[in-house]
Design a protein around this ligand. Structure first.
Ligand code: UD1
Ligand code: UDP
Length: 426
């Protein structure tokens, strides 16, 4: 039975690999060993807990590894003995973080083949995103199996000379993860979310990218503060990344604003609910750019480039960069002009259909000659009839899809009941 060593370290890798680890374990065709670098300690543990994944090895790297060199060196040194111990037939890594590049390099040194999930995303700008663009390219060079989320990512890889037979288009497993957490019907746990309940309009904001550190992130903070003042009836929800550098730039302009709710990083259940409850999303996150369109939420991307052009082409994501006026003006346009809003607020799924993890397992099976390769994921295209029905529906449509509103309020009620049941009087 082929042995797969799955390695990850940060929140987005954990979210996108969780459905794959679950599917690998379900098939019984592979022996699966899970190792985490814990490049993110808390934000990683939050995800593993929700998906019920207990890593076999935890390198606990965040301690004393504050910079890229430390994370890279620590990962290579930490993974080497695991490769020697388990002698895996393949290592599986996901995405573009430093964990991914360093773990793939360690595997190469040990001559262990690498499968790279979410392969082929490109901006073609060396420092944007930094260091992810180069991490992802290096992972491509090191990998033998390329699991591309979209046909666009396949084209990028083929353009660079990657053997087409080593590429499979699987869809993005983030959509599997999102559907799975919604299906779990778990209550939200962050008490601060009570403060956004009933908000007529919710602006969800996340920002953490290194290329936005400093002045760009200060501009983002000021733009969000201006939006909060301009729309006093709206609520702003900002789950702040744990990185102190991010907090120092982003949060000061937001102090003292009653309609701005800043929280610790939300666990993935709470975040999935927050995206579903939002009216618009302002973000520089990669994963959020993929999730929000699938829930019909317009996204303003706080970056100059994106390696995820599919939703931009579909018209539900707009690149606004970090210019303060541009952020305020574009968000205001969406909040003030229903026609503009509903043009963007369409549920599109260019990134996945919830079956990506099964395709990944099938591609791994095919690689080892155990089964046929999977059918490729093809993004659905909106038909003219669907577009017409959407245009028809949009007058008076609620900001939140009714099914999701039901989920959101149902989960809140459950949590309130649970809290009441656990209170000392009972
Ligand atoms: C990392 C990834 C980035 C990814 C992002 C997702 C790299 C170079 N960057 O960026 O690609 O988009 O994760 O969020 O791999 N911290 C904690 N606890 C946590 C997590 C973070 O305390 O659970 C703090 C620490 O002070 C840490 C800092 O955040 O030093 C930054 O974390 P780091 O992993 O270096 O980079 P990110 O900017 O989070
Ligand atoms: N996310 C979360 N809690 C938060 C913020 C984000 O669970 O407070 C989720 C989000 O829904 C998405 C993923 O984390 O699935 C994205 O991670 P992040 O933005 O940290 O990294 P990126 O995707 O930019 O690499």
């Amino acid at each position: 039975m082929p042995r797969i060593l799955v390695v990850y370290g940060t929140r987005p890798e954990a979210i996108k690999l969780a459905p794959v680890v679950t599917a690998l374990r379900r098939t019984h065709c592979f022996e699966t060993v899970v190792a985490v670098t814990a490049q993110h300690r808390l934000m990683l543990d939050q995800v593993n807990e929700i998906f019920g994944i207990r890593p076999d090895h935890d390198l606990d790297l965040l301690r004393d590894r504050p910079n890229l060199t430390g994370i890279t060196a620590g990962t290579i040194e930490g993974i080497e003995p695991l490769l020697a111990k388990h002698k895996p037939d393949m290592m599986l890594v996901q995405g573009d973080t430093t964990t991914v590049f360093a773990a793939a390099l360690a595997a190469f040194y040990a001559q262990v083949p690498v499968a790279h999930l979410e392969a082929g995303l490109r901006t073609s700008h060396r420092y944007d995103p930094y260091p992810e663009e180069i991490n992802r390219r290096l992972a491509t060079v090191l990998a033998s199996l390329h699991l591309a989320p979209t046909s666009n990512a396949r084209r990028n890889l083929e353009h660079e000379g990657v053997d087409p037979a080593s590429i499979h288009v699987t869809g993005n497993t983030v959509i599997d993860a999102l559907l799975q957490v919604h299906g779990m019907h778990l209550p939200t746990t962050e008490p601060a979310l009570d403060r956004i309940g009933g908000a007529e309009r919710l602006i969800l904001v996340t920002s953490h990218r290194r290329e936005n550190w400093g002045a760009p992130m200060e501009r983002i903070g000021r733009a969000v503060a201006r939006l909060a003042r301009r729309y006093p009836q709206a609520k702003v929800l900002l789950p702040a990344h744990l990185n102190p550098i991010v907090r120092e730039s982003l949060l000061p302009p937001l102090e003292g604003l009653d309609n701005v709710v800043v929280t610790a990083p939300l666990d993935y259940v709470d975040m999935a609910h927050a995206v579903a409850a939002s009216t618009i999303v302002l973000t520089d996150s990669g994963g959020v750019q993929e999730e929000a369109p699938s829930l019909g939420k317009p996204v303003l991307v706080l970056r100059e480039t994106t390696e995820r052009p599919e939703a931009v082409e579909a018209g539900t994501v707009a690149l606004v960069g970090t210019d303060e006026d541009r952020i305020v003006d574009t968000a205001s346009e969406l909040l003030d002009e229903p026609d503009r809003y509903f043009e963007m607020a369409r549920a599109v799924n260019p990134y996945g259909d919830g079956r990506a993890a099964d395709r990944v397992v099938a591609a791994l099976g095919a690689h080892f000659g155990l089964r046929e390769p999977p059918e490729e994921f093809i993004a659905p295209v909106e038909t003219e009839a669907e577009a017409e029905s959407r245009r028809h529906r949009r007058a008076g449509a609620p900001a939140m899809h009714p099914a999701l509103a039901h989920l959101w309020w149902g989960a809140r009620e459950q949590r309130q009941q649970r809290t009441a049941a656990n209170s000392p009087q009972n």
